[in-house]
Design a protein around this ligand. Structure first.
Ligand code: CMP
Length: 140
């Protein structure tokens, strides 16, 4: 059964011109792009998206970073999309990411780590609904 996940190419990777190369990795791994949009987000929008992390010491810095420049929001689809994208991304901290993963290739720090992917079905549903309306997610 195809599954969907919400992914973000973060401002660090977009700013360094890595978006095309990251999209190519995603494509090569067999994901279908259901919806995609490049935009800048406000600090407030970033805070809402990362609300589960609001008690963390890095919350302010993370939401400032995410609102610092354009990013690319995507809904991706394939069998086992959530787990497969997380494997393709690699560990949150690029220093621990496996060879060949997106974060190993393109991330610079634990915060500026190039890409986000939902971590579970429940979060994928919240995160997708946060950025995309139902009409944008209709099968082509
Ligand atoms: P992401 O997968 O988008 O989910 C939460 C984000 O918080 C994470 O990627 C990193 O960008 C950031 N993050 C997680 N842990 C830390 C940390 N220890 N210090 C700074 N940023 C972090």
């Amino acid at each position: 059964m195809p599954q969907r996940t919400l992914s973000i190419i973060k401002p660090d990777a977009v700013g360094k011109g890595f978006a095309g190369a990251i999209l190519a990795e995603i494509n090569k791994a067999g994901f279908r792009i259901v919806a995609i949009r490049k935009q800048s987000i406000s600090k407030r929008e970033a805070e809402g998206f990362y609300a589960v992390h609001h008690e963390r010491p890095f919350f302010d810095s993370l939401t400032t970073f995410m609102s610092s420049g354009p990013l690319i929001l995507m809904v991706l689809e394939k069998d086992n999309a959530i787990a497969d994208l997380r494997r393709l991304m690699g560990a949150t901290n690029p220093a621990n990411a496996e060879e060949g993963t997106i974060r190993k290739k393109f991330a610079s720090s634990i915060q500026e780590n190039a890409i986000h992917g939902s971590d579970a079905e429940e979060t994928a549903a919240f995160e997708t609904g946060y950025w995309f309306a139902g009409y944008e997610l209709i099968q082509g």
